[in-house]
Write a protein that binds this ligand. Structure first.
Ligand code: PMP
Ligand code: GLN
Length: 378
């Protein structure tokens, strides 16, 4: 067999999750809540199923849900996306991202990816014959150098992928960053994927800067969202993308043969649930308390920490504990101390020895307290 993805192995999230299970560890590795979603949301899904929404949903998504997504984006970021032609419901943000790349990227097209990068971008580019071109964030504060970014743009650059709030660093692109990106792409046909799945998880007053707020970006961007993160339902795999009609038309040509449509009953339920903005506007505060509890619990530990500005992840620097490479340290942490984490090299940073691992704090307070007690003794 000639592999199209010879370098790709099982994802770090699966590997660490399996190790966590094997060692009965506290699992702070793969990003998912270990608490239940709102029971009323589950009731809405059951109701939709009983009402008979058990067959294929419309290809682009249930219209009421697309209308609610459109309303939410307009209220938060001031841009109107037409529910009919500019919003498509997908099987998680992962499918949105994969389908966008498949719809637009072909042989030798270059895609600028910012590293550390969430793991699904690079294989999706490569399996379509494209070439990922990396821009490394600064190693200590994870800021981007826009001069370096601009130097990577060539006549073959077809796409740029950004992710804010950023997994795994927990940093947020500022307004200035978004303006730099907008300026850098002026007079090009470059398409942007803006992965904004953590849009509702920001801390300490940091504002999420959606690409949809910027005229010069919105006209070339697919904004990708995920209900998994926002409503504690990562297992339901429900997301969406929003973008200009001419781009969305191309997206749907691929989407309709890729999955055709997403779960019908869940879409119906989410359309109703989204009518109450408190269901997502309260999320910042909810996760701020968890981040603070986690940081407080680690305050006497030997980990060096820059507080996460957004996402439900916290990177920690363990170099005062050991100089081992991150994968070695993460493995000993789970096998010897029964705490599972994600080594930062899972985000395509191999070769940079920055002694960082990522913890997910989307966990019950009891779990966070138990974990920080163990981590403080290292
Ligand atoms: N992008 C980023 C940055 C993520 O962290 C995740 C979730 N793990 C996704 C995309 C995928 O989202 P979904 O689970 O909705 O497919
Ligand atoms: N996005 C999740 C994380 O960063 C992982 C989801 C997955 O396993 N693909 O932990």
């Amino acid at each position: 067999i000639i592999s199209k993805l010879p370098k790709v192995k099982t994802t770090i999230f699966t590997t660490m999750g399996q190790l966590a299970q094997k060692h009965s560890a506290i699992n702070l590795s793969q990003g998912f809540p270990n608490f239940e979603p709102d029971p009323s949301l589950i009731d809405l899904v059951t109701l939709a199923m009983k009402q008979g929404y058990n067959q294929y949903a419309p290809m682009a998504g249930v219209m009421e849900l697309r209308e609610m997504i459109s309303e939410k984006i307009e209220q938060l970021y001031g841009r109107h996306y037409h529910p009919e032609s500019e919003i498509t419901v997908t099987i998680g943000a992962t499918q949105a991202i994969f389908t966008i790349i498949t719809a637009f990227i072909g042989s030798n097209d270059e895609v600028i990816v910012i590293k550390p990068a969430y793991d699904c971008y690079e294989p999706a580019i490569e399996v379509n014959g494209g070439v990922p071109v990396f821009v490394q964030l600064n190693n200590s504060d994870f800021k981007i150098d826009w001069e370096v970014f601009r130097s990577k743009i060539t006549p073959r650059t077809k796409m740029v992928i950004i992710n804010t709030p950023h997994n795994p660093s927990g940093t947020i692109f500022s307004k200035e960053d978004m303006l730099e990106l907008q300026r850098s792409l002026e007079n090009t046909d470059i398409i942007v994927i803006s992965d904004e799945v953590y849009e509702h998880i920001t801390f300490d007053g940091h504002e999420h800067e959606s690409a949809s707020k910027y005229d010069g970006l919105a006209s070339r961007t697919f904004v990708c969202g995920s209900f998994g993160k926002t409503f504690h339902i990562t297992g339901w795999k429900m997301g969406y993308c929003a973008g200009p009609a001419e781009l969305m038309l191309e997206f749907r040509k691929t989407h309709q043969f890729n999955v055709f449509s997403a779960d019908h009953a869940v879409q119906k339920a989410l359309a109703t649930y989204l009518k109450n903005p408190q269901h997502y506007l309260g999320l910042n505060q909810f996760y701020q308390e968890k981040r603070d509890l986690f940081l407080q619990g680690l305050s006497t530990s030997r980990f060096k920490i820059k507080p996460s500005q957004g996402t439900y992840f916290q990177l920690v620097d363990y170099s005062d504990i050991t100089q081992e490479p991150d994968e070695v340290f993460a493995e000993s942490l789970v096998t010897e101390h029964r705490i599972a984490s994600i080594p930062i090299s899972g985000f395509n940073t191999k070769g940079i020895d920055n002694h960082l691992i990522r913890f997910c704090f989307a966990k019950t307070n009891a779990t966070l307290e138990k974990a920080t007690e163990i981590l403080s003794k290292l």
